[in-house]
Write a protein that binds this ligand. Sequence first.
Ligand code: MTE
Ligand code: MOS
Length: 815
Amino acid sequence: MSSLSERPTNPVVGQEIPHESAALHVTGTALYTDDLVGRTAGVLHAYPVTGGHAHALVTRLDPAPALHVDGVVRVLTAEDVPGINDAGVKGDEPLFPSEVMYVGHPVAWVLAETLEAARVGAAAVEVTYEPLPSIVTVTEAIEAESFQGGQPTVRRGDVEAGIARAAHVFTGTFEMAGQEHFYLETHCSIAQVDESGQVFVQCSTQHPTETQEIVAHVLDLPSNAVTVQCLRMGGGFGGKEMQPHGYAAIAALGATLTGRPVRLRLNRTHDITMTGKRHGFHAQWRVGFSSDGRVEALDATLTSDGGWSLDLSEPVLARALCHVENAYWIPDVRVNGRIARTHKTSQTAFRGFGGPQGMLVIEDILGRCAPLLGIDPVELRWRNFYTAGQDTPYGMPVRHPERLATAWNQVLTSGDVLVRRAEIARFNATHEHAKRALAVTPVKFGISFNLTAFNQAGALVLVYKDGSVLVNHGGTEMGQGLHTKMLQVAATALGLPLNRVRLAPTRTDKVPNTSATAASSGADLNGGAVKDACEQIRARLAVVASGELGVPAADVRFEDGVVTGLGGGETTWDELVRLAYVQRVQLSATGFYRTEGLHWDSSTMQGSPFKYFAYGVAASEVEVDGFTGAYRTRRVDIVHDVGDSLSPLVDLGQIEGGFVQGAGWLTLEDLRWDTSDGPTRGRLSTQAASTYKLPSLSEMPEVLNVSLLEHAHEDGAVYGSKAVGEPPLMLAFSVREALREAAAAFGPPGTSVDLASPATPEAVFWAVEQARSEHDERAHVVEGSPGREPEQPSPSAEPMRPSSERVQPHVRSGV
Ligand code: MTE
Ligand code: MOS
């Protein structure tokens, strides 16, 4: 156990407490950025001027008519920018563009006394466009060779030799859709300027420091003239890692030019049509298996749909490449990555950050190839798991692979998988028009930012004379429970009851140079920093206590607000703090944390970029209706690894929420872009909750059992915990694989079906049709060809027949 991971006796971490704002959330009293409008006098409202072209030059922009609209105060255009006219860090995202790159791209912003006046004003701004040819789909981009950014490759061994060695080789292509974040709170900023020109932006941002930097470069100010605060977010999910900056800059620019507070909040239609989403990916692959179903080699090219600008597409792609093997040992690998430039929103971070897309490639391959190999998918996955001593394709040792095996076995046992699969086989044999299936899939997810420099955090802990504690840290709260965990960490490190510790909103003038709250690393990084600050204060107080209690400082214990000298007397925390103040001992500290032992070379795509892996396993059972493709998720069993949990209820919520969000991505949420050649080309047709199907209560699994993996202490992280934010999303692969197997059950044994992603009922229907046509084609096949006996854990319920070798599975792209 390291000193970072070691817990004192009776720690506050590990206690089951509700989210610190749970009561505020459910009573509507929690303040979000936009709630500040009603509390701020003289606010102006901003509204975008947008057009309907996927790609066009702006040939004329005349704001004058807008200024005649009652209530309009000012129109912001490129001429108003004193600094750099760019909303990003790559220099490819003009804040006020002269070339429109997607439908709805804002070219100017109108400020008015009311939102309605701003809207009318925006409609009055005259803009002329010269339309240009556009690229809307990733396949169009591949054909046109429209790419952006670097084209990295992860490789190990000799992929051609691996393929040559393989007994079975399959090739295929696969396209998976993106996903809209659909956080409940849309993007929002309120900016104010004080008498000295200091800019204060309240913003719904996961990355206050970067918001600060971009506001500063747009306004041509140094960072010390800009402060960004984030009270909390009503969800971020990665969508507020890069995307808030430009909107914050518009509000700040408006505030500096008018001297009045400016509020910019996107309405839902604007948010969904203007802001980036999860990247859809296209994958082309060739895989070789040994005769006993071991993956020998994988050769793949992943092309992400980056949209109009780079944004976070490069790191997202890097994470996809670093997760393409998921939990499986593949000796010879070559995976190329590239980023398509398309005339769509600029795709960005989304829970999992490319990891899900990379992992889906191998899970799809295994799901498609298992029937062709004649090996039960549960067995095929298990057989390929990493074992101790093996490295990832990018050269990082896989630590604790046995924990994944434990989780796998636990799910098989607690989920009664063998018995239920036998029941399912009986059900399927007696139901012609409904089929069930149960699939089990693993998750292995690397924790830390790939870019080593981001793995640092700071904190500022203040102890007041009355003994109460105020904690500032660099992380933002988006519902994930980071603040709850940080309160627990501070209380544990100071030996205080939870109610003595309070959290202040995240601000760049309290903790500078912070990383985004992202990559699930918020608790690891900020927890390390908060613990460091608290321990400095505790060490100073121990010296004071030592003098008071007559024991060595090392023998002073802090627990639950009581300070005890081993073998000596005791005093209270409050009394000790009072004494320390009188003795002129500093009662505040800044804390710092950097994750040790990381290195990553992005030019060779080799290194150990992650501190550890988080593991998880899910078993999902579905039932598919053969007439419509409609389905239900009957039961889900999850065992997930959060190390020694910092906050078990919070972690449980993260696992459930992540799983459901993943199931939404894979089975329901269907982003449709207009790919016609008509005037609405490039328009997002699914712009609202009415057309974009989100998971809701009615799609929840009928039974959802979640357990935390036991004996999972993580030595390298704060109080032995592991990150939880993103990994559970990928547990939802099990739902997709179950749908595939249920669809296949409409065909003869051994049927391999291609399933579009998202596997909407419509897509499942087509998979069912595909399986049925397999029946017709094979009607004349002689029964009783030799089956393969699956080995332990042997959950196979039906005899399997290998189908013809060297089949080239082929995926219907889209539906
Ligand atoms: N949970 C809630 N409720 N809301 C969110 O926006 N974002 C997810 C995850 N869980 C999110 C969430 C994403 S994308 C990440 S990276 C992590 O939380 C970030 O927080 P952490 O680093 O504190 O886990
Ligand atoms: Mo999360 S996608 O890293 O914000």
